[in-house]
Design a protein. Structure first.
Length: 241
């Protein structure tokens, strides 16, 4: 009887373990992304390996490889997911607001979506300070992301001016995130103040950049005028003769 009870107890524990170790919900891709962000909240990015991510996501290495080629690619997928959620939630009622207000709304929406991953973001920021290579790689991802954020705010991103705006937005958002990870106030007053100051500065720089970008066109116009003047004078002399 005791042996049967032990067997029953063992069977119950095994069944409970099977239930508790059931794989996370979602696609293989989503599970890998969730696993990376969970691990990143506890450990440095550079210390997280693909095998660890696969184990945390209850995926085989083959399944993980079928979705991603590197840890950075998994992080890129997380950034893309946040991009899509921000774009899905853009408030059409702010279309008539100034560009600064529109971008403020878009970037605050982004931080709302990042809130469940604040510890992971803080860990990632620390890793970028230690690793210039990681910082460069993340800047490339940030440029792609901020191009979409600016577009969502109705701000042009094409051409030389657009490229400068995108890089400026990436730098601005990185600066604001560094404040946000330590801002535990419910109203996020420090974060909003940092974002507002950053946008005010960006607005001034945008006007300066626009002026700079106009200089080549103005110089080109002046050169064309100077070239035409001798030709016009030569034509007038020929007619007079």
């Amino acid at each position: 009887m005791a042996r049967q009870s032990r067997k029953a107890a063992t069977r119950s524990v095994n069944q409970g373990s099977a239930r508790n170790s059931s794989p996370p919900a979602g696609s293989n891709r989503d599970r890998a992304v969730q696993a990376l962000m969970a691990l990143l909240a506890q450990r440095r990015f550079e210390d997280i390996g693909l095998a660890e991510i696969a184990g945390h996501a209850s995926l085989s290495l083959s399944q993980l490889r079928g979705e991603f080629g590197s840890t950075l690619a998994i992080l890129g997928a997380h950034i893309k997911d946040v991009d899509r959620k921000v774009l899905d939630g853009v408030d059409r009622d702010i279309a008539d607001e100034p560009a600064r207000e529109r971008l403020f709304d878009v970037l605050m929406r982004r931080m709302e979506l990042l809130a469940p991953h604040k510890a992971a973001i803080a860990s990632l920021i620390e890793s970028t300070r230690r690793s210039p290579g990681l910082a460069v790689a993340l800047n490339g991802m940030a440029l792609r992301s901020q191009r979409w954020m600016l577009t969502a705010a109705g701000i042009a991103t094409q051409g030389p001016r657009g490229l400068l705006r995108v890089q400026g937005a990436a730098f601005l958002f990185a600066q604001v995130l560094a404040v946000w990870v330590d801002d535990n106030e419910p109203g996020l007053d420090r974060t909003m103040a940092a974002l507002d100051r950053g946008l005010a500065s960006a607005e001034r720089w945008s006007g300066f950049i626009d002026d700079l970008c106009c200089i080549p066109a103005l110089l080109g116009r002046g050169l064309r005028r100077r070239r035409r003047r001798p030709l016009d004078e030569g034509t007038a002399e020929a007619e007079a003769a």
